[in-house]
Ligand binder design. Structure first.
Ligand code: SF4
Length: 180
């Protein structure tokens, strides 16, 4: 508990500065006014066009996170990141998904549900473990209530570390996985 408080105090506020669009920039499709976002997004779109005929579908699974990672994942769909313009779509069912984006640590309560979700996802499928908790159990580790890393429960193809990872980290993680 004290470890978490120490982390909150030492980490501080990480909110990104708002990059103002120039007049008329809203109409420019892939251009957001943030050069880093535009560069990663353009590469992501080209990769998805090449490997998935233009659209990649993701089912997000919260397997026991504190919801910090979910806030960053949700941000991918806001008007700033707007990841759908790059061909990435979040879906409600694993049966419609190419990728499972899983936050951890995997709680014992979610272990069976995560396995069933993995089995329900059609092949070929990929799993991305999100956050330090998804990578190794993070703050929560392995205990009577937690299985720890996502890889302890289902096969994992890529890991995006961070506590939490930023939306750009998540976009880079997807890009790295499919650029291999
Ligand atoms: S990595 Fe950090 S933000 Fe994500 S679930 Fe773990 S403690 Fe929460």
């Amino acid at each position: 508990m004290f470890g978490i408080y120490r982390k909150i105090i030492t980490t501080g506020v990480l909110t990104e500065k708002f990059a103002r669009k120039k007049p008329g920039q809203l109409a420019l499709g892939l251009h957001s006014g943030d050069p880093e976002l535009d560069a990663v997004g353009t590469q992501l779109k080209a990769t998805i066009d090449r490997r998935f005929a233009g659209s990649l579908h993701i089912r997000q699974v919260d397997a026991g996170s504190c919801n910090g990672c979910e806030l960053e994942i949700h941000a991918l769909n806001n008007v700033y990141y707007d990841i759908e313009r790059f061909g990435v779509h979040f879906v409600a069912s694993p049966r419609h998904a190419d990728v499972l984006l899983v936050t951890g640590p995997v709680s014992r309560h979610m272990e069976a549900a995560l396995r069933r979700t993995y089995e329900a996802t059609a092949n070929p499928k990929w799993v991305i473990a999100v956050g330090d908790c998804g990578a190794c159990g993070g703050e929560f580790g392995i205990s009577y209530a937690s299985c720890g890393a996502v890889a302890n429960v289902i096969p994992v193809d890529a890991v995006v570390t961070g506590c939490p990872p930023t939306p750009l980290d998540l976009m880079r993680g997807i890009l790295d996985l499919f650029s291999r």
